[in-house]
Design a protein around this ligand. Sequence first.
Ligand SMILES: [Zn+2]
Length: 398
Amino acid sequence: MKKILLPSFLLLSAMGFSQSLVQAYKNRATQVTQTNINTLLTDFTSYGVKTTGSTANNNAFAWLKSKYVAFGYDAAQITENAFTYNSKQTKNLIVTKTGTVYPNKYLIVCGHYDTITGPGTNDNGSGISIILEAARILQNVSSEYSIKFINFSGEEQGLYGSQAYVTNVVKATNPKMDIILVLNLDEVGGVAGMTNNKVIAEKDGTPTYPTNGTYSTYPSSNNAASTIKTTELKNSMLNYSNITPVDGYIERSDYMPFEKEGYVVTGLYEFNESNKPHTANDTYVNMDPVYVYNIAQGIVGAIQHFSTADTSITLSANAVSKNLSDRVSLFPNPANNFLNIGLDGKGFTTTIVDMSGKTIMQSKDQQDLDTSKLINGIYLVKITMGNETTTKKLIIKK
Ligand SMILES: [Zn+2]
């Protein structure tokens, strides 16, 4: 998706904020790991240009399916929705978790996995990585409403995958599918080298653009409900991530076929808009994996909020022993000539890489690092201890 910038953005006002943080939701949000996000983005990229119906597109589909199986979803939960584009077959992948109280009411969390011209690490490896990480964390968590994680194909040529799903599945049942909300993630990868700390929360409305009149045929009866749900999405971002939501409108992505049917939709889109999507340069080095990691935490919180997930805190082995990511701190950050790695214990390796992935420094069991030779910019600090790795963003500012 490409977005035309809004003339101005309204910052969310904290006034009237009433959605309180749920500790169990927060605990699960912090189970997102930078390592998983990095691996998912890299794996997604490795399949190449995933044009709808191509071999790369089918290979990516098989990879997606294997991930859900590995997370513990069984055959009955995983369904495929095939359609034909340009005389080639391609498939949407749908993974369903059944709700305990409202099994026939669905929260849909979706994003497209097809790409065009390039490998699409940002558009939309970012959204797909977040959906996968959320599905992993929530696999064992019960919720009152059912959740569908949907990976659409055919988006780039004109929302063909989401339209096929709405036509052949959502509307094919009588009564038609009861969807409480469609939450779409498309292009939330940000821009390498920029401070990516805001995200556009997209509500349904009548934007002042585009001028081609596309939106005139869309219903407005669902706009008010979208505004309410989008406010809840913004509150979830504030509660469960360090990303600040900014107001915007839905446009040209997989929520549109649902919107046209009168369903309530919302979505997220990057605030710093990359100019790389739909080019061969939509790659890992040109986006911000730390931004994806941060947004993923907010989304894990939001999915639990919208689906009314279990609020009890289970003391699993993971919860008791803090994971490496929580034990590591960088100080100061931004840093100038020195950096302190806050971590107790021995046996850790620190690697500092620049945004092109080049290793700049490496040390072992060293807490005070001389960073006087690093030039201004954003770096990734990877810390490995035992079989755990965590990655933090470091800013050098002199
Ligand atoms: Zn997209």
